[in-house]
Write a protein that binds this ligand. Sequence first.
Ligand code: ADP
Ligand code: MG
Length: 226
Amino acid sequence: MIKISNVTKRFGKLSVLNDISLDVNQGEVISIIGPSGSGKSTLLRCLVNLEEIDQGLIEVQGKTGMVFQSFNLFPHKTVLENIIEAPIIVKKMKREDAIILAEELLIKVDLLDKKDSYPSQISGGQKQRVAIARALAMKPEILLFDEPTSALDPELVGEVLSVIKELAKDKMTLLIVTHEMGFAREVSDRVIFMDQGKIVADSDPEEFFTNPNNVRIRLFLNKILK
Ligand code: ADP
Ligand code: MG
């Protein structure tokens, strides 16, 4: 579904992605883990053409959506309007049809009762669930998440993770940058560990968490799990 071949991305002199190669199969759930500044967000941004790569090749089969840490909802639009916007404008969907689709998605993320609320009137966890519904409204085959729970109060993390778990159960292809190690261990088919612009490990989650074979991974896990 995704083929990343020898990709290099530089910002000025800094090589943020350094000869990265990665294949993602249909229906795979991949967690991307690693210290701040290791290039995780840049990798996702390159996949959706928010950044241009300097070298290598990225091939993506199918439409790709992205969910950001900061939700990025339109503040002056209601929950429902946030979701119908892209289907109407980009996909030229009829407003009535877009509303039906949006309501189905709001049921999926358990927020139908908030459809007429504005983003300022709902919690962070609810905002992120709206952002997920909004991404799904474009019917992507692949969904990318960049730290979807990092901006949330701890008690709101679970409701967002359970929506992502449902998508994983539906066999959607997912790439998730996350610091939620329990979640990564539970839902992923593979765990990718990035450090300094390189993929240091691409492993089975059980193996990754029980027997990390790399000193950088051990240091990272020790820090984050303590
Ligand atoms: P991560 O998501 O793993 O924390 P990022 O991909 O955001 O890492 O960033 C990797 C490196 O690239 C960091 O050193 C960051 O400062 C740098 N970087 C990211 N975006 C830009 C940009 N637009 N211009 C210059 N440097 C950037
Ligand atoms: Mg990041």
